[in-house]
Design a protein around this ligand. Structure first.
Ligand code: COA
Length: 184
């Protein structure tokens, strides 16, 4: 069964294209993982501001990114626009929210999409005061399930998802280890 819309109709490798409509929202036991909305800007700014030192060694965007709410509005606008055009889509940042409270706990996403191989990367961050509770592992398990699920079942229909992290980033390294991902 084809995993993406035009897999059988193109001579260009797997010819992955985004699902249409491209709705990004799924849940895990404790989390809602969904596309950012403009109403998230204030808490995005707050979460990054409160976590800058924690993020900075590994996420260079945390140095200059989200320095005010307007910057978070701009970031979210960019993510909203990124999924609007199926022809140009190659990356989108996605929010990780507490299911019970709606609080923004961190971010994930898909990026570096290769349409010919139906391959993408994912990454993650969790706000400093919410770490070590299994949120990242839970969110990433959800992202991988969604990414590999066929598009007719609400997934992305990816064939491979890659997580890059520094070997020195022990917390980040543990996430794919705990999920049984094959190291390379
Ligand atoms: C990496 C990160 C997302 C992990 O988030 P998290 O929600 O705390 O992760 P989890 O709770 O799911 O824990 C995953 C594993 O990492 C371990 N871990 C988490 N923080 C740790 C730390 N500071 N030191 C050592 N191990 C740590 C956990 O104990 C768990 O392993 P265990 O079950 O064997 O004990 C978070 O630390 C973070 O945002 N870091 C800064 C940004 C970053 O490095 N992103 C990844 C870039 S590749």
């Amino acid at each position: 069964m084809p995993r993406c819309a035009n897999e059988t109709e193109t001579g260009l490798g797997l010819g992955w294209t985004p699902p249409e409509p491209f709705v990004i929202r799924f849940e895990t036991a404790r989390l809602v993982i969904r596309a950012y909305e403009l109403g998230d800007a204030a808490q995005m700014f707050e979460a990054v501001s409160a976590s800058r030192e924690h993020l900075l060694p590994w996420m260079p965007w945390a140095r200059e990114g989200h320095r005010d709410v307007e910057a978070s509005v701009h970031y979210i606008t960019t993510q909203i626009m990124a999924v609007r055009d199926a022809k140009t889509f190659s990356a989108v940042g996605i929010g990780i929210f507490d299911r019970a409270s709606g609080r923004l706990l961190g971010g994930t996403g898909v990026h570096g999409v290769h349409r010919d191989t139906a391959c993408a990367e994912t990454g993650y961050w969790i706000r400093a005061d919410a770490t070590r509770r299994g949120y990242c592992t839970e969110a990433t398990a959800g992202v991988l399930s969604w990414a590999f699920r066929g598009q007719s079942e609400g997934g992305l229909g990816m064939r491979r998802v890659v997580i890059y992290c520094s070997g020195e980033n022990i917390a980040s390294r543990r996430v794919p280890e705990k999920l049984g991902c094959a190291p390379r």
